[in-house]
Design a protein around this ligand. Structure first.
Ligand code: F3S
Length: 285
């Protein structure tokens, strides 16, 4: 029996970089280093708990940041608005910026083009931390659009200049459709396709693997929407698809006829868990 792990399973480049940054900081500063992350570094309780045990605390709001008088604040891969950096500086704290470079690029575009007088349109999910961060780089109030209805409703003067960017994880096809609605309205538009293909690649590879596999295992948190999506995609190709959080959840019974077991994992699943599952299946079956 063959066990195949999808190459793109688990952390994407930006999340890995952010998590590594926190562990490096712990090594440098030790337990007494007053290390904070602005929001949980990833949506994985085990990792956040491990970091807490190593002295890292999570700041949940600007008000909590306001209370600090010393220490270092790590910005996670989603990025933050400009005023958070300003507050960190004003408070005399050390800022360690682990914003994913793909997100940082959006901040730069938004800052520049809003400075040039363009109305910023963000195609994405309002309220998502990445979108909130992007909004905070626009010199004028940015508008978030996530549905065709909202795009159709958008109304501005005919000579209005727009700059459209996207949340990194937005669906490419939906982005194109929304941009098309704006184009048809005849505005002067700059479009920056800022979608990151890490999610799409992970999904594409998972579907390909599931189509070949007799059994498919998808690993990730129950609250992780990208893991749920992976599970649904895999299940449509392979009916014996299991959704587990950790090795403890795996109750696998493999008949002798099984030739290929595929494994993939969501974006916030640590390597350690993926390896444990992979080794278990290799050794026990
Ligand atoms: Fe990950 Fe950065 Fe893309 S955080 S999903 S590599 S934008």
């Amino acid at each position: 029996m063959e066990v195949v792990l999808a190459k793109t399973s688990g952390f994407c480049f930006g999340v890995k970089r952010a998590v590594d940054t926190v562990y490096e900081q712990i090594d440098k500063a030790g337990k007494t280093g007053d290390i904070y992350t602005y929001g949980p570094i990833i949506h994985n309780e085990e990792v956040v708990r491990d970091l807490e045990n190593k002295g890292v605390r999570v700041l949940n709001s600007k008000e909590e940041l306001e209370q600090l008088s010393m220490g270092c604040v790590i910005i996670r891969s989603h990025g933050v608005s400009k005023d958070v950096y300003e507050l960190i500086e004003k408070k005399g704290l050390v800022c360690i910026d682990a914003t994913c470079p793909f997100v940082k690029r959006i901040h730069k575009i938004v800052e520049k083009e809003s400075g040039n007088g363009r109305q910023i349109i963000i195609i994405g999910n309002d309220g998502h931390p990445e979108v909130e961060g992007i909004k905070g780089w626009s010199k004028t109030s940015a508008i978030v659009i996530e549905s065709p209805e909202q795009a159709l409703k958008f109304d501005a003067k005919k000579d209005e200049k727009l700059c459209i960017v996207s949340q990194t994880t937005f669906n490419y096809k939906k982005f194109q459709d929304l941009v098309e609605i704006f184009r048809k309205k005849g505005y002067d538009i700059i479009v920056a396709n800022t979608i990151c293909n890490a999610t799409e690649e992970r999904q594409r590879e998972a579907v390909e693997l599931a189509a070949r596999a007799d059994v498919m295992i998808v690993i990730g948190g129950t609250h992780s929407s990208n893991t749920r999506k992976l599970y649904e995609l895999c299940q449509s190709e392979c009916e014996n698809t299991y959704y587990i959080q950790t090795l403890e959840d795996l109750q696998l019974e493999l008949p002798n006829s099984v030739e290929l077991v595929g494994i993939t994992a969501g974006a916030s699943t640590p390597n350690k868990i993926i390896e444990e599952v992979q080794n278990y299946v290799r050794i026990n079956f």
